[in-house]
Design a protein around this ligand. Structure first.
Ligand code: ASP
Length: 365
């Protein structure tokens, strides 16, 4: 039997983050009927409605502030997650999502997104979508206006345009300059790196790990509304400088996102190839269905991935970050070793908080 994760528990936020959150809140009076703001809170004490995002930056917080109004006015989790994601997709400073996302190796921004509605048990997604800044809204139309779940590439673009989405160049100067620098330094530290079967322990894992930690980024938004219905979105520009056409986990239902109205929702960021192989979001939700808390279920998924890699003698890469919520208003997040402590922005009736989850180490570390 594998031993449990060697590191558990919840870490208090750094003073710096706490101070930042305090200052931010001072300038953004909000929310919740009692107007209280908790900067750090342990899971298990919250009620619904509830909305979380994997983004803990200012845009993430602003998105949460905006959509909390929707949830407090009896709006649906589905509307709330879409609106919040659109705000994050609009941020030109965010190089991992929507407008301003880092491009593929040819300098073209290709976006992936998925949406799932627990109330209707429906899902939609788009992949390798170019020139449309809100892929999550296109995914919603796929879900609501077609009999399909997934559209990719040109088909997704034509579909979006037919619904009135306007094409635009999503490549900002900031993203283009980073892409040009990457191109100048083109090396084995990019998406053309060796596949798993060539990446035996100790061979090339270190340099790849260092790079991959920088080049992933995605947003997850998950919510439970006042009716107890759940919804979620995952949206991303994917692995930066990827091979054109490469699709990660974000648009794949069960990998980058899964929602079960009886249980809750889960989403993933990080190395999509690992998340696809492990069907991680589905796994997390099923663990919650078995009674695990969102926090424990996220850690279970990381442990499962680490064990699979270890079983075949491969070094796994750091980078996966999982987030989850349940119908009881609990939430959690965890990330693989070697990456920054995972943070999520949480809003419920107690106000906004930045919650820091766990870095889950594999059993043999
Ligand atoms: N999971 C995304 C992908 O593999 C990227 C990320 O989350 O950083 O495309």
């Amino acid at each position: 039997m594998p031993s449990p994760l060697t590191r558990r528990g919840f870490f208090q936020q750094s003073f710096g983050l706490g101070l930042g959150a305090f200052l931010w809140q001072t300038h953004h009076p909000l929310w919740g009927p009692n107007g209280r703001h908790h900067v750090v809170r342990r899971p298990g004490t919250d009620t619904t409605p509830l909305i979380i995002t994997s983004h803990s930056n200012e845009t993430g917080r602003k998105a949460m502030e905006t959509v909390w109004e929707i949830l407090m006015n009896g709006g649906s989790a589905l509307d709330a997650v879409e609106k919040a994601t659109n705000i994050i997709e609009d941020d030109p400073e965010d190089t991992s999502v929507g407008y301003g996302g880092l491009p593929n190796e040819r300098g073209v921004v290709q976006l992936d997104a998925s949406i799932m509605d627990g109330k209707t048990y429906s899902a939609g997604s788009v992949a390798a979508l170019e020139n449309i800044r809100h892929p999550s809204s296109v995914a919603r139309l796929v879900m609501e206006r077609t009999d399909h779940v997934m559209l990719v590439g040109l088909g997704a673009l034509e579909f979006a345009k037919s619904w009135g989405f306007e094409e635009e160049n999503l490549l900002t100067d900031k993203a283009r300059e980073r892409w040009l620098r990457w191109r100048e330094e083109h090396s084995d530290r990019d998406d053309w790196g060796p596949p798993d079967h060539l990446r035996r322990r100790g061979e090339q894992g270190t340099s790849l790990s260092a790079l991959w930690a920088e080049t992933y980024g995605t947003v997850n938004v998950l919510a439970v509304d006042a009716n107890g219905d759940s919804a979620g979105i995952t949206s991303t520009s994917g692995l930066s400088y990827k091979i054109p056409g490469r699709i990660g986990d974000s648009p794949i239902i069960g990998a980058g996102l899964y929602v079960d109205n009886e249980v809750g929702a889960a989403g993933a960021t990080g190395r999509g190839e690992d998340v696809i192989k492990s069907c991680a979001s589905y796994y997390i939700v099923m663990r919650m269905r078995d009674g695990r808390s969102p926090q424990a279920a996220c850690e279970d998924a990381l442990q499962m991935i680490a064990e699979r890699y270890q079983a075949v003698g491969l070094d796994f890469l750091p980078g996966e970050k999982f987030v989850a919520i349940n119908r009881d208003g609990e939430y959690g997040c965890a990330t693989m070793r070697g990456t920054r402590p995972p943070r999520i922005t949480v809003v419920n009736q107690s106000g906004l908080s930045i919650y820091e989850g766990t870095i889950a180490f594999p059993a043999d570390e």
